[in-house]
Design a protein around this ligand. Structure first.
Ligand SMILES: [Zn+2]
Ligand SMILES: [Zn+2]
Ligand SMILES: [Zn+2]
Ligand SMILES: [Zn+2]
Length: 232
């Protein structure tokens, strides 16, 4: 009877989501533009310095590269990055007015710096937070536990700049790997049945804590809310 129950529940586990989703050229461009350095997305910084900037991603020799170019006659640029995975890359080259630069990330770093100087958040004076948490008096702990009001940080994130200290675009997007559900198929520990049999006792599964599903590894690492991707 028990076994049968487990089988039935396992069969009712949610179907697999789009786990075989292939990161597209547009997605790689998103990775480049949304990558935050000291709170500033590279896309915001480059497009502020060079409003005509163009972005592309392509594969060559088994590697995937991103390219950004723009500027004007006498002040043109292009830089290349090589992707290490969907969410990270390294700068591999940069040309300014046709001259190869010694440091491939220098132009981007300068643009990030200029953007940050001109877009500081007034509401928090660039700090990223506004007030100390009243529930824990800023300590991060209340009643012997991590403070529930502030999540243990001891302060409230600035709502105006969303904690970055600079005014930036929001590149947050739904996770395509799990179709924004935050789920990754049935829990491998309990098979979606929610319970596990231990020493003859039926216990709540400690892996999924009773949800019956595994958490999507792509968006759960992103950090804001499962089902969504950020890239900082
Ligand atoms: Zn608190
Ligand atoms: Zn702020
Ligand atoms: Zn489970
Ligand atoms: Zn996901």
């Amino acid at each position: 009877m028990l076994l049968c129950l487990l089988c039935c529940l396992a069969a009712a586990a949610p179907a697999l989501a789009a786990q075989d989703y292939e990161w597209t050229a547009d997605d790689y461009v998103w990775t480049m533009r949304s990558k935050r350095v000291n709170g500033v997305p590279i896309g915001d910084a480059i497009e502020y310095a060079y409003p005509n900037a163009e972005w592309e991603a392509f594969s060559t020799g088994g590697d995937i590269y991103g390219r950004c170019s723009g500027g004007a006659e006498g002040d043109s640029f292009s830089f290349f990055v090589r992707f290490l995975n969907e969410f990270s890359f390294e700068f591999t080259g940069c040309e300014r007015n046709g001259v190869e630069q010694e440091n491939p990330s220098q132009l981007t770093l300068e643009a990030l710096q200029a953007y940050a100087e001109d877009h500081g958040c007034d509401a928090c004076a660039g700090l990223g937070y506004t007030d100390a948490c009243m529930n824990c008096a800023g300590s991060g702990f209340a009643f012997g536990k991590q403070c529930l009001a502030c999540g243990g940080s001891g302060r409230y994130l600035c709502k105006t700049c969303r904690g970055y200290g600079v005014m930036t675009n929001d590149y947050t997007r739904a996770c395509p790997f799990c179709d924004g559900s935050g789920e990754w198929g049935a829990c491998p520990t309990c098979g979606g049945s929610i319970y596990v049999l231990q020493n003859g006792m039926l216990l709540m599964c400690s892996n999924c804590l009773g949800s019956g599903v595994d958490t999507c590894p792509y968006c759960s690492a992103g950090g804001i809310a499962t089902g969504y991707l950020v890239n900082s």
